[in-house]
Design a protein around this ligand. Structure first.
Ligand code: PRX
Length: 654
């Protein structure tokens, strides 16, 4: 049995950076060498992008691994860095946020406005008895108050824990309890899919019993009726709008806890990933500047991630605001009121940099390229991708139909635990390959290793690890140092285990293959789900594919593929079997006969988590005819019924 992942796909297309962009790029190719020669000196210089009230004594203290301390002894205020200093530098009139609500209402918030709002909120939180070290849970829709609330916490040294607005009362309850949050900030609701969706009732249920929560502050967004607990509940507009817009920021230690963000673990209990201040902000700001080539004077940047995910933290709040960016923030769904909403937003604000997820790109592919074609997207100059492997076909579609065949695509690999981007092309430097995240950024050291921790050669696959500490690394799992060590640092001592599979191609460039747990073992060969999915999506009739390994008496595991067809390739029941055969043959030519799916099942939708990741566990249950596992984190739980009922129609078995 091979100990490495197979290296099966061959991609020969290359895209050089546009000459104009390369000539004016924030970061040039020499930075890789400079950083490699003196990694700590490199991060020292990047930390100088920020305003510190006290310089650090030591760049990195790694004397007690894996518990890192960066910029030891340094002091700063994160909110001051994201807001005040831009106003002090004369940019108070620059727009920080062009906000657009789903119903079409808009707000324009300058850096001066943001300073007033954050200061008011900081004063209001202080008046409610929230101070340094206290935890605040934020459970809000995509409205500016979410950004203001996070920055207000940072400003007073409270640690925020943002919980995605789509999570249930039970999820919220366990997160509030784990963090021991004193305050919850929520809203009466938010707009999604054309109607108000309530939030306050979920908070009421989550904090009903014995709880650490003293107050619930409620933003009025939809005007919906809410239940009210006198003494505990307070309206945002009553406590914040009446507070003083003057607030003197205090500075905090570089290692002061900035936020906790819960990510799902393999066991039921969510992991509260802890990030601190100086190192986190340094890497968020550096990577945002380098990877997106941000020109704060002229760019209009849009990250479509929800604030409840780490992408929303690092690339909607902390990175862009630390860099003084002008950005778009949108409340709702991409198909409200119609499927052209995003392209309309880009046209309206002249968005120049778009950062989104492959799942969105594949959805747009499925809806058809005629929709973006109706809009003027010529302002775009850099496109980003994050969250899962972007298969070459979706990459090309993104470049051609959204990027007008001009824009570089930066496929950015990172995790909640890494805090900021680790692997990505640089738009003015890298000749990109569709589907490859290419190289670690300057100052970042990663490797692909086999089971024993030995580096694999070019053309081989293995486990992705980080070999040196980096500034925005997670400091621990909140309240559980032991689990932090066990989960990420114990298999290969001294190295951080990402849990992802990766391969180096013939040139040594990196291809991410998804979670190690998703690798299939077919007749003794390791085959990654990502590679088979890419092969399927490269067929003109397929918009999206999810592949799982199902127990197979002969081969160990058999490959079962679930596919969604493209909008312009309408499903035809009678063609189902023929198409399945064609797709199996297609995978065989793309990768090899070994990767040929045992079954191809045409489905209307795929089960996804709320952050857009495919839940392969549930598909494995279907493929192995097991009763379905837990579906509570599914974005839309009816999807599984649709898949089960479609099974008989689209399945082909040999
Ligand atoms: O499997 C990798 C995948 O998403 C995981 C991290 O998920 P999360 O902590 O929710 O953070 C998502 C946003 C950073 C990784 O372990 N992933 C993320 N980006 C990529 C990716 N897989 C392939 N290519 C990427 N660009």
């Amino acid at each position: 049995m091979s100990t490495t992942l197979s290296n099966l796909l061959h991609e020969v297309r290359r895209f050089e950076p546009p000459a104009e962009l390369a000539a004016a790029a924030n970061v040039g190719g020499a930075e890789y060498d400079t950083a490699a020669r003196d990694r700590l000196g490199f991060w020292h210089r990047q930390a100088l992008r920020l305003s510190w009230t006290q310089p650090w004594r030591e760049i990195l203290d790694w004397s007690n691994p894996p518990f890192a301390k960066w910029f030891v002894g340094g002091r700063l205020n994160v909110a001051y860095n994201c807001v005040d200093r831009h106003v002090a530098a004369g940019h108070g009139e620059r727009v920080a946020i062009h906000w657009e609500g789903e119903p079409g209402d808009t707000r324009t918030i300058t850096y001066a406005d943001l300073l007033g709002e954050v200061s008011r909120a900081a004063n209001a939180l202080t008046a409610l008895g929230v101070g340094q070290g206290d935890r605040v849970a934020i459970y809000l829709p995509m409205i500016p108050e979410a950004v203001v609330a996070m920055l207000a916490c940072a400003r007073i040294g409270a640690t925020h824990s943002v919980v995605f607005g789509g999570f249930s009362a039970e999820s919220l309850r366990s997160r509030v309890a784990d963090a021991g949050a004193k305050l919850v900030i929520t809203a009466d609701g938010g707009y999604r899919r054309g109607k108000p969706s309530p939030l306050k009732a979920t908070v009421d249920a989550a904090v009903a019993d014995d709880t650490s929560v003293e107050h619930v502050v409620v933003v009025r967004r939809t005007g919906a009726e809410v239940d009210w607990t006198q003494g505990r509940d307070l309206w945002w507009h009553e406590v914040v709008d009446t507070a003083s817009p003057e607030h003197e920021p205090e500075s905090f230690d570089a290692e002061h806890p900035l936020f906790i963000l819960y990510t799902s673990g393999t066991t039921g209990k969510p992991k509260g990933i802890l990030h601190t201040s100086g190192g986190y902000l340094t890497q968020a700001a550096y990577t945002h500047d380098a990877v997106f080539d941000l020109k704060p004077e002229t760019d209009v940047y849009w990250c479509t991630a929800d604030i409840g995910w780490v992408t929303g933290h690092s690339y909607l709040v902390y990175g862009p605001l630390a860099n003084g960016a002008t950005q778009v923030m949108y409340e709702g769904t991409p198909d409200t009121p119609d499927r052209g909403r995003w392209w309309e937003v880009i046209e309206r604000y002249g968005v120049t940099i778009l950062y989104t997820a492959p799942t969105a790109v594949r959805t747009f592919m499925k809806w058809g390229s005629d929709i973006p074609a109706r809009h003027d997207l010529s302002s775009l100059r850099v496109l980003g991708s994050v969250g899962e492997p972007i298969n070459p076909e979706a990459w090309i579609w993104y470049r051609e139909n959204i990027g007008g065949n001009r824009t570089p695509i930066v496929d950015t690999w990172w995790q909640t635990e890494t805090g900021a981007i680790m692997i990505s092309p640089l738009p003015g430097v890298t000749a990109t390959k569709p589907g490859s995240a290419m190289d670690p950024l300057p100052g970042i050291a990663v490797d692909v290793v086999d089971r024993n921790g030995n580096p694999v050669g070019n053309g081989e696959g293995g486990r992705l690890v980080a070999t040196e500490p980096w500034p925005s690394m997670a400091r621990t799992i909140w309240g559980d140092d032991e689990r932090f060590v066990r989960t990420y640092w114990s298999d290969l001592p001294g190295r951080y285990l990402t849990g992802d599979g990766a391969k180096r191609d013939q040139d040594g460039d990196l291809w991410l293959l998804g979670r190690i747990d998703d690798v299939m073992l077919v007749s003794g060969h390791n085959i990654s789900t990502a590679e088979v999915e890419s092969a399927l999506v490269s067929h003109p009739r397929v918009a999206e594919a999810a592949v799982v390994g199902a127990a197979d008496a002969t081969t160990g595991q058999g490959i079962v593929a679930f596919v969604i067809l493209r909008g312009d390739a309408a499903r035809d029941e009678s063609e189902g079997a023929a198409l399945a055969g064609e797709l199996r043959a297609h995978v065989a030519t793309q990768i090899g006969a070994i990767a040929k799916p045992r079954q191809v099942i045409v489905v209307p939708e795929l089960p996804k988590t709320r952050s857009g990741k495919i839940m392969r566990r549930l598909l494995r249950d279907v493929a192995e005819n097991r009763p379905l596992g837990d579906v509570t984190t599914l974005q839309d739980s009816s999807v599984m019924d649709q898949i089960s009922s479609g099974l008989s129609a689209g399945a082909t078995e040999e």
